[in-house]
Design a protein around this ligand. Structure first.
Ligand code: T3D
Length: 272
Protein backbone atom coordinates (compact mmCIF):
# COMPACT_ATOMS: atom_id res chain seq x y z
CA UNK A 1 0.00 0.00 0.00
CA UNK A 2 1.47 3.42 -0.92
CA UNK A 3 2.11 5.96 1.81
CA UNK A 4 -0.66 8.58 2.00
CA UNK A 5 -0.27 12.07 0.62
CA UNK A 6 0.02 14.54 3.49
CA UNK A 7 -2.40 17.46 3.51
CA UNK A 8 -1.01 20.78 4.71
CA UNK A 9 -3.19 22.44 7.36
CA UNK A 10 -2.31 25.85 8.59
CA UNK A 11 -5.39 26.30 10.79
CA UNK A 12 -7.06 22.97 11.55
CA UNK A 13 -9.43 24.71 13.99
CA UNK A 14 -10.90 28.21 13.67
CA UNK A 15 -12.10 30.13 16.71
CA UNK A 16 -14.46 33.07 16.60
CA UNK A 17 -15.42 35.13 19.63
CA UNK A 18 -18.99 36.40 19.61
CA UNK A 19 -20.84 38.33 22.32
CA UNK A 20 -21.25 35.78 25.12
CA UNK A 21 -20.19 32.68 23.16
CA UNK A 22 -17.51 31.18 20.93
CA UNK A 23 -17.64 29.36 17.63
CA UNK A 24 -15.16 26.55 17.03
CA UNK A 25 -14.97 25.33 13.44
CA UNK A 26 -13.16 22.14 12.42
CA UNK A 27 -11.23 23.21 9.38
CA UNK A 28 -9.79 20.44 7.21
CA UNK A 29 -12.46 20.48 4.48
CA UNK A 30 -10.29 18.56 1.99
CA UNK A 31 -10.56 15.52 4.33
CA UNK A 32 -14.08 16.21 5.61
CA UNK A 33 -12.51 17.67 8.78
CA UNK A 34 -11.06 14.33 9.87
CA UNK A 35 -9.08 14.51 13.10
CA UNK A 36 -5.29 14.76 13.03
CA UNK A 37 -3.08 15.12 16.05
CA UNK A 38 -2.60 18.80 15.18
CA UNK A 39 -6.36 19.29 15.01
CA UNK A 40 -6.84 17.57 18.37
CA UNK A 41 -4.22 19.81 19.96
CA UNK A 42 -5.76 22.96 18.49
CA UNK A 43 -9.23 21.87 19.58
CA UNK A 44 -8.03 21.08 23.09
CA UNK A 45 -6.53 24.55 23.39
CA UNK A 46 -9.63 26.24 21.96
CA UNK A 47 -11.87 24.42 24.46
CA UNK A 48 -9.57 25.23 27.38
CA UNK A 49 -9.60 28.92 26.42
CA UNK A 50 -13.38 28.93 26.12
CA UNK A 51 -13.69 27.30 29.54
CA UNK A 52 -11.35 29.84 31.12
CA UNK A 53 -13.26 32.79 29.64
CA UNK A 54 -15.82 34.05 32.19
CA UNK A 55 -17.73 35.75 29.42
CA UNK A 56 -18.13 32.58 27.37
CA UNK A 57 -21.60 31.18 28.16
CA UNK A 58 -22.12 28.86 25.18
CA UNK A 59 -20.14 27.12 22.47
CA UNK A 60 -20.98 26.37 18.87
CA UNK A 61 -19.09 23.49 17.22
CA UNK A 62 -19.27 23.04 13.45
CA UNK A 63 -17.19 22.17 10.38
CA UNK A 64 -16.11 23.89 7.17
CA UNK A 65 -17.03 22.58 3.74
CA UNK A 66 -19.40 19.71 3.04
CA UNK A 67 -18.60 17.63 6.12
CA UNK A 68 -18.86 18.04 9.89
CA UNK A 69 -16.11 15.54 10.73
CA UNK A 70 -15.10 12.15 9.27
CA UNK A 71 -13.51 10.85 12.49
CA UNK A 72 -9.87 9.91 12.71
CA UNK A 73 -7.76 10.85 9.65
CA UNK A 74 -6.78 7.36 8.60
CA UNK A 75 -3.72 8.67 6.75
CA UNK A 76 -2.14 9.19 10.17
CA UNK A 77 -2.49 5.47 10.82
CA UNK A 78 -0.30 4.45 7.88
CA UNK A 79 3.50 4.48 8.19
CA UNK A 80 5.72 5.85 5.38
CA UNK A 81 6.39 2.27 4.28
CA UNK A 82 2.67 1.57 3.99
CA UNK A 83 1.99 -0.39 7.19
CA UNK A 84 -1.18 0.23 9.19
CA UNK A 85 -0.35 1.16 12.78
CA UNK A 86 -2.29 0.46 15.93
CA UNK A 87 -4.10 3.48 17.30
CA UNK A 88 -1.68 3.72 20.21
CA UNK A 89 -2.87 6.16 22.84
CA UNK A 90 -5.15 8.28 20.65
CA UNK A 91 -8.26 7.46 22.66
CA UNK A 92 -6.66 8.05 26.03
CA UNK A 93 -4.74 11.13 24.90
CA UNK A 94 -7.29 12.86 22.69
CA UNK A 95 -10.74 11.39 22.12
CA UNK A 96 -11.66 10.47 25.68
CA UNK A 97 -10.58 13.80 27.20
CA UNK A 98 -12.40 15.60 24.38
CA UNK A 99 -15.69 13.82 25.05
CA UNK A 100 -15.33 14.28 28.81
CA UNK A 101 -14.60 17.98 28.37
CA UNK A 102 -17.60 18.53 26.07
CA UNK A 103 -19.87 16.88 28.63
CA UNK A 104 -18.36 18.84 31.52
CA UNK A 105 -18.03 22.34 30.07
CA UNK A 106 -19.93 24.69 32.40
CA UNK A 107 -22.18 26.00 29.61
CA UNK A 108 -24.22 24.49 26.76
CA UNK A 109 -22.41 23.16 23.71
CA UNK A 110 -24.34 23.28 20.45
CA UNK A 111 -23.20 21.12 17.51
CA UNK A 112 -24.23 22.42 14.10
CA UNK A 113 -23.73 19.31 11.95
CA UNK A 114 -23.36 20.84 8.53
CA UNK A 115 -22.69 17.61 6.61
CA UNK A 116 -21.58 14.04 7.10
CA UNK A 117 -20.48 13.09 10.63
CA UNK A 118 -18.64 9.76 10.57
CA UNK A 119 -16.79 7.59 13.08
CA UNK A 120 -15.55 9.58 16.05
CA UNK A 121 -16.84 12.67 14.22
CA UNK A 122 -20.41 11.43 14.71
CA UNK A 123 -19.85 10.62 18.36
CA UNK A 124 -18.15 13.91 19.13
CA UNK A 125 -21.24 15.65 17.70
CA UNK A 126 -23.48 13.44 19.86
CA UNK A 127 -21.44 14.34 22.95
CA UNK A 128 -22.60 17.95 22.56
CA UNK A 129 -25.61 19.14 24.55
CA UNK A 130 -27.79 20.15 21.63
CA UNK A 131 -27.29 18.67 18.17
CA UNK A 132 -28.71 20.57 15.21
CA UNK A 133 -28.21 19.08 11.75
CA UNK A 134 -28.60 20.26 8.18
CA UNK A 135 -31.19 18.26 6.24
CA UNK A 136 -28.39 17.01 3.94
CA UNK A 137 -26.26 15.77 6.87
CA UNK A 138 -25.97 12.16 8.00
CA UNK A 139 -24.46 10.20 10.88
CA UNK A 140 -22.35 7.10 10.22
CA UNK A 141 -20.88 4.74 12.79
CA UNK A 142 -18.17 4.02 10.20
CA UNK A 143 -16.03 1.90 12.54
CA UNK A 144 -17.38 -1.50 11.43
CA UNK A 145 -16.29 -0.73 7.86
CA UNK A 146 -12.64 -0.73 8.93
CA UNK A 147 -12.69 -3.35 11.68
CA UNK A 148 -12.87 -1.02 14.70
CA UNK A 149 -15.42 -0.58 17.45
CA UNK A 150 -17.39 2.64 18.03
CA UNK A 151 -15.41 5.02 20.24
CA UNK A 152 -15.58 8.61 21.47
CA UNK A 153 -18.47 7.48 23.68
CA UNK A 154 -20.54 5.90 20.89
CA UNK A 155 -21.30 2.68 22.75
CA UNK A 156 -22.51 4.71 25.73
CA UNK A 157 -24.57 7.38 24.01
CA UNK A 158 -26.18 5.43 21.15
CA UNK A 159 -28.24 2.96 23.21
CA UNK A 160 -29.22 5.76 25.57
CA UNK A 161 -30.46 7.98 22.76
CA UNK A 162 -32.05 5.51 20.35
CA UNK A 163 -32.42 2.27 22.35
CA UNK A 164 -30.51 -1.01 22.04
CA UNK A 165 -32.00 -2.31 18.76
CA UNK A 166 -31.25 0.83 16.77
CA UNK A 167 -27.86 1.28 18.46
CA UNK A 168 -26.87 -2.24 17.40
CA UNK A 169 -28.13 -1.67 13.87
CA UNK A 170 -26.18 1.56 13.49
CA UNK A 171 -22.98 0.20 15.03
CA UNK A 172 -22.95 -3.21 13.34
CA UNK A 173 -24.01 -2.18 9.82
CA UNK A 174 -22.31 1.26 9.63
CA UNK A 175 -25.30 2.38 7.56
CA UNK A 176 -25.55 6.17 7.25
CA UNK A 177 -28.46 7.64 9.19
CA UNK A 178 -29.92 10.67 7.41
CA UNK A 179 -30.49 13.74 9.59
CA UNK A 180 -34.27 13.55 9.29
CA UNK A 181 -34.33 9.97 10.56
CA UNK A 182 -31.81 10.88 13.28
CA UNK A 183 -34.29 13.48 14.52
CA UNK A 184 -37.23 11.06 14.28
CA UNK A 185 -35.27 8.47 16.28
CA UNK A 186 -34.36 10.99 19.01
CA UNK A 187 -30.64 10.92 18.22
CA UNK A 188 -30.54 14.69 17.72
CA UNK A 189 -32.56 17.74 18.72
CA UNK A 190 -33.55 19.26 15.38
CA UNK A 191 -33.11 19.11 11.60
CA UNK A 192 -32.95 22.42 9.75
CA UNK A 193 -32.83 23.38 6.11
CA UNK A 194 -29.19 23.59 5.05
CA UNK A 195 -29.35 27.35 4.49
CA UNK A 196 -30.92 27.93 7.90
CA UNK A 197 -28.60 25.76 10.00
CA UNK A 198 -25.96 28.29 10.99
CA UNK A 199 -28.39 31.15 11.61
CA UNK A 200 -30.46 28.92 13.91
CA UNK A 201 -27.35 27.64 15.69
CA UNK A 202 -26.19 31.21 16.33
CA UNK A 203 -29.66 32.17 17.54
CA UNK A 204 -29.58 29.31 20.04
CA UNK A 205 -26.11 30.31 21.29
CA UNK A 206 -27.28 33.92 21.66
CA UNK A 207 -30.15 32.62 23.76
CA UNK A 208 -27.74 30.62 25.95
CA UNK A 209 -25.36 33.61 26.20
CA UNK A 210 -28.14 35.44 28.03
CA UNK A 211 -29.30 32.45 30.12
CA UNK A 212 -28.70 31.56 33.81
CA UNK A 213 -25.46 29.71 33.03
CA UNK A 214 -24.76 28.18 36.44
CA UNK A 215 -28.22 26.59 36.51
CA UNK A 216 -27.71 25.19 33.01
CA UNK A 217 -24.30 23.76 33.96
CA UNK A 218 -25.84 22.05 37.00
CA UNK A 219 -28.66 20.75 34.81
CA UNK A 220 -26.14 19.23 32.33
CA UNK A 221 -24.41 17.47 35.20
CA UNK A 222 -27.62 16.15 36.73
CA UNK A 223 -28.82 14.70 33.44
CA UNK A 224 -25.51 12.89 32.91
CA UNK A 225 -25.43 11.60 36.49
CA UNK A 226 -28.99 10.28 36.18
CA UNK A 227 -27.90 7.47 33.83
CA UNK A 228 -26.15 5.61 36.60
CA UNK A 229 -28.27 6.63 39.61
CA UNK A 230 -31.43 5.33 41.21
CA UNK A 231 -34.29 7.78 41.92
CA UNK A 232 -33.30 8.26 45.57
CA UNK A 233 -29.75 9.24 44.73
CA UNK A 234 -30.93 11.51 41.96
CA UNK A 235 -33.44 13.25 44.24
CA UNK A 236 -30.59 13.97 46.66
CA UNK A 237 -28.44 15.37 43.85
CA UNK A 238 -31.30 17.55 42.64
CA UNK A 239 -31.68 18.93 46.17
CA UNK A 240 -27.95 19.79 46.33
CA UNK A 241 -27.90 21.33 42.86
CA UNK A 242 -31.07 23.30 43.52
CA UNK A 243 -29.46 24.70 46.66
CA UNK A 244 -26.45 25.76 44.62
CA UNK A 245 -28.58 27.25 41.82
CA UNK A 246 -30.75 29.15 44.28
CA UNK A 247 -27.69 30.93 45.69
CA UNK A 248 -26.83 32.50 42.32
CA UNK A 249 -27.81 36.10 41.55
CA UNK A 250 -29.57 34.75 38.45
CA UNK A 251 -32.14 32.96 40.59
CA UNK A 252 -32.98 36.19 42.44
CA UNK A 253 -33.11 38.03 39.11
CA UNK A 254 -35.35 35.36 37.57
CA UNK A 255 -37.84 35.58 40.42
CA UNK A 256 -37.85 39.41 40.52
CA UNK A 257 -38.21 39.64 36.74
CA UNK A 258 -41.13 37.21 36.79
CA UNK A 259 -42.94 39.09 39.54
CA UNK A 260 -42.24 42.47 37.94
CA UNK A 261 -43.42 41.13 34.56
CA UNK A 262 -40.20 42.09 32.73
CA UNK A 263 -37.56 40.08 30.86
CA UNK A 264 -34.76 38.84 33.17
CA UNK A 265 -31.18 40.09 32.83
CA UNK A 266 -29.06 37.07 33.73
CA UNK A 267 -25.32 37.51 34.29
CA UNK A 268 -24.37 33.82 34.35
CA UNK A 269 -22.18 34.48 37.41
CA UNK A 270 -21.98 32.49 40.63
CA UNK A 271 -21.99 35.66 42.73
CA UNK A 272 -22.69 39.33 42.13
O1 T3D B 1 -6.63 5.12 15.62
C1 T3D B 1 -7.43 5.81 16.27
O2 T3D B 1 -7.20 6.99 16.49
C2 T3D B 1 -8.66 5.17 16.78
C3 T3D B 1 -9.78 6.12 16.70
C4 T3D B 1 -10.63 6.06 15.69
C5 T3D B 1 -11.73 7.01 15.55
C6 T3D B 1 -12.40 6.94 14.21
O3 T3D B 1 -13.04 7.89 13.87
S1 T3D B 1 -12.25 5.53 13.25
C7 T3D B 1 -13.27 5.92 11.86
C8 T3D B 1 -12.53 6.76 10.87
N1 T3D B 1 -13.41 7.29 9.86
C9 T3D B 1 -13.85 6.55 8.85
O4 T3D B 1 -13.62 5.38 8.74
C10 T3D B 1 -14.66 7.30 7.81
C11 T3D B 1 -13.90 7.27 6.51
N2 T3D B 1 -14.61 8.05 5.50
C12 T3D B 1 -15.66 7.59 4.83
O5 T3D B 1 -16.13 6.49 5.03
C13 T3D B 1 -16.23 8.51 3.81
O6 T3D B 1 -15.27 9.47 3.46
C14 T3D B 1 -17.50 9.23 4.28
C15 T3D B 1 -18.64 8.22 4.42
C16 T3D B 1 -17.29 9.94 5.63
C17 T3D B 1 -17.90 10.30 3.24
O7 T3D B 1 -17.92 9.72 1.97
P1 T3D B 1 -17.97 10.66 0.70
O8 T3D B 1 -18.11 9.76 -0.50
O9 T3D B 1 -18.99 11.72 0.91
O10 T3D B 1 -16.57 11.43 0.66
P2 T3D B 1 -15.14 10.85 0.27
O11 T3D B 1 -14.89 11.08 -1.18
O12 T3D B 1 -14.98 9.47 0.79
O13 T3D B 1 -14.18 11.79 1.15
C18 T3D B 1 -13.74 13.06 0.69
C19 T3D B 1 -12.25 13.14 0.94
O14 T3D B 1 -12.03 13.05 2.34
C20 T3D B 1 -11.50 11.96 0.32
O15 T3D B 1 -10.21 12.42 -0.04
P3 T3D B 1 -9.80 12.54 -1.61
O16 T3D B 1 -10.02 11.20 -2.21
O17 T3D B 1 -10.73 13.59 -2.16
O18 T3D B 1 -8.37 12.99 -1.54
C21 T3D B 1 -11.39 11.00 1.48
O19 T3D B 1 -10.30 10.12 1.35
C22 T3D B 1 -11.15 11.97 2.61
N3 T3D B 1 -11.54 11.36 3.89
C23 T3D B 1 -12.78 11.13 4.35
N4 T3D B 1 -12.72 10.57 5.54
C24 T3D B 1 -11.43 10.44 5.86
C25 T3D B 1 -10.67 10.94 4.80
N5 T3D B 1 -9.35 10.92 4.82
C26 T3D B 1 -8.75 10.40 5.91
N6 T3D B 1 -9.42 9.91 6.96
C27 T3D B 1 -10.75 9.91 6.97
N7 T3D B 1 -11.41 9.46 8.07
Amino acid sequence: MPAPTPVQDSNPVLVERRAGYRVITLNRPQRLNAFTEAMHQALKQALAEAEDDEDCRALLLTGTGRGFCAGQDLNERVTPDGKVMMSGNALETYYNPLVRRLRELPFPVVAAVNGIAAGAGANVALACDIVLAARSASFVQAFAKIGLVPDAGGTWILPRLVGPARARGLALTAEPLPAEKAEAWGLIWKVLEDVELMAEAHKLCQHFAAAPTVGLALCKRLLDQSWSNDLDTQLDLERESQREASLTPDYAEGVHAFLEKRPPKFTGRRSS
